[in-house]
Design a protein around this ligand. Structure first.
Ligand code: FAD
Ligand code: NAD
Length: 484
């Protein structure tokens, strides 16, 4: 069978590429080997099945549950006999996942993308071996492989959790992020190895539902990729919220004993500690799923960490073969992968598409939410660029108070010479939505003055971004001491 384009992987990077290619008139096949919990093929990859979507459902549910006891009584809403039904919560999560994955299947049908359930492997220039997967009880790959040819191939195989030799996964006791999205009960005491995005989001879910949560992070710096001012505030607030975050903790051993997990770790000062947990989540990063994705003869360059080597336009070392998403360099984020997939097919179609890697938004969906785009203050300083900073606290934003959370702040960093916005970082209510305005501003090369001259509706959280930009200019309105 011949196609214009074969896509291997139907996560956000692969499915976006396949749909856009079909829109552009290409004959497209998309191969994906994911089988959902109901035994049927499920498109959408990690993001829809065990990543972005289910984690956000549980964050939403657990925040509502927590609000019932912590926030709403102060608003005059007293809820009695509040009960947690974990099975119903998980069924709710699964319904949303199924709705989303079936939505991708419907989009494939509507656009004429050939959806193939099974494993793809690049065997030569633009030739792909496809092994169908039985979507039956055994879910095996025992059918005869078929060979397909295409003008172009996009590899979008995504990533998988990094395993830790000192804490191997163990049934439902020591789990990765997928296991942590499917606990059947709230663990009384939950350990989390890794204080990164997954550790914080899933640690927050189970803490809000009643678990005592200990997060063990190897680095001394908390959220080392974040702006330092934001990371300091985040650590303070997470600890105040009840997450027991221990930095500089090096895990030395683990053992399952009588249905519990014993975990040993060493402090920064060398002292040894042993903790007992009911469940343990290992969340120490993800690695590309490039194993077995191509035969050696295909000539695909894969680096020592397993990332497929690509140029700025996601072209691999093999002509006509591209790689996108978690499989290649850059942050492992769904929107980054989707944008790359769309860029590749638009360039194949002769358009001048590109991805602006300087304006990829990054969000941690905790309480408080953390969001950023562009460079951090420490990175700008390290480059020796003269800059100005404007910070505005949500404590001076009326809408934040109305919503019951006025913690955190918005920070805008601008070039001192040109006033061009170099980075925007925020922690506090609504940050996950608010950051889009900052991305848009930076994409259009805005100065902090451009933002400060823009009208923002009142009363909205977005006024905090406006005020932070005014603060760069030295005349924020709702602060006691403005500079100019
Ligand atoms: P994937 O989504 O991993 O999809 C790859 C697909 O290819 C999979 O279906 C896989 O089975 C299939 N595949 C692999 N090899 C083959 C093969 N040889 N043949 C056929 N099929 C194959 N990112 C965000 O931006 N926002 C979030 O809120 C967010 N939350 C997350 C929460 C969790 C718990 C996790 C684990 C991740 C989260 N991420 C989030 C990261 C996000 O899920 C990934 O960045 C994104 O899914 C990557 O997309 P992708 O298309 O590159 O790969
Ligand atoms: P991460 O890189 O965000 O965090 C991993 C953390 O584990 C790091 O802080 C690291 O220092 C720590 N660590 C590593 N080895 C350790 C060890 N032996 N002991 C203790 N700590 C150790 O990775 P993650 O949280 O696993 O997430 C994986 C990817 O998924 C990330 O790249 C992220 O972008 C993506 N993701 C994104 C979102 C989102 O956008 N909201 C949510 C979840 C996941």
């Amino acid at each position: 069978m011949n196609y214009d384009l074969i896509v291997i992987g139907a996560g956000p990077a692969g499915y976006a590429a396949a749909i856009r290619a079909a829109q552009l008139g290409m004959k497209v096949a998309c191969m994906d080997d994911w089988i959902g919990s109901d035994g049927a093929p499920a498109l959408g990859g990690t993001c829809l099945n065990v990543g972005c979507i289910p984690s956000k459902v549980l964050l939403e549910v657990s925040q509502t549950y927590s609000n019932l006891s912590t926030l709403y009584p102060g608003w005059g809403i007293a809820a009695r006999d509040v009960a947690l039904d974990i099975a119903a919560m998980m069924a709710h999560k699964q319904r949303i996942v199924t709705r989303m994955t079936q939505g991708i299947a419907a989009l494939f049908r509507a656009n004429g993308v050939h959806s193939l359930c099974g494993r793809g492997r690049l065997i030569a220039n633009r030739a792909v071996e496809f092994t169908p997967r039985n979507a039956s009880a055994d879910q095996s790959f025992d059918q005869k492989p078929q060979i397909f040819h295409a003008e172009h191939v996009i590899l979008a195989a995504g990533s998988k959790p990094v395993e830790l030799a000192v804490a191997p996964l163990h049934e439902n006791l020591i789990v990765d992020s997928s296991g942590a999205l499917a606990f059947d009960a709230v663990p009384a005491r939950l350990g989390v190895i890794g204080g990164g995005v997954i550790g914080l989001e899933l640690g927050s879910v189970w803490r809000r539902l009643g678990a005592q949560v200990v997060v063990l992070e190897a680095q001394k710096d908390f959220l080392s990729a974040c702006d330092r001012q934001i990371a300091r505030e985040a650590l303070r607030q997470f600890r105040a919220e009840g997450l027991d975050i221990r930095l500089g903790a090096r895990v030395t051993h683990s053992a399952v004993k009588q249905g519990k997990v014993e975990l040993g770790y060493q402090d920064d000062d060398g002292s040894e500690h042993v903790e007992m947990f009911d469940r343990l989540i290992v969340a120490v990063g993800r690695e590309p799923s490039s194993d077995g994705l191509c035969v050696r003869e295909a000539g695909l360059l894969i680096d020592e960490w397993g990332f497929v080597h690509v140029d700025a336009y996601c072209l691999s070392s093999v002509p006509g073969v591209y790689a996108v998403g978690d499989l290649v360099r850059g942050p492992m984020l769904a929107h980054k992968g989707a944008q790359e997939g769309v860029m590749v097919v638009e360039r194949i179609a002769g358009q001048n598409a590109r991805v602006n890697y300087d304006t990829i938004p990054s969000i941690i969906y905790t309480q408080p939410e953390i969001a950023s785009v562009g460079a951090t203050e420490q990175a700008i300083e390290a480059e020796g660029i003269a800059y100005q900073v404007g910070v505005f606290p949500f404590a001076a934003n009326a809408r934040a108070h109305a919503q019951g959370d006025a913690s955190g702040f918005v920070k805008v960093i601008a070039d001192a010479a040109t006033d061009r916005v170099l980075g925007v970082h925020m922690i506090g209510p609504g940050s996950s939505e608010l950051i889009a305005s900052a991305v848009l501003a930076m994409e259009f090369g805005a100065s902090s003055e451009d933002i400060s001259l823009t009208m923002f509706a009142h009363p909205t959280l977005s006024e905090a971004l406006h005020e932070a930009a005014l603060a760069v200019q030295g005349h924020a309105l709702h602060v006691a001491k403005a500079k100019k």
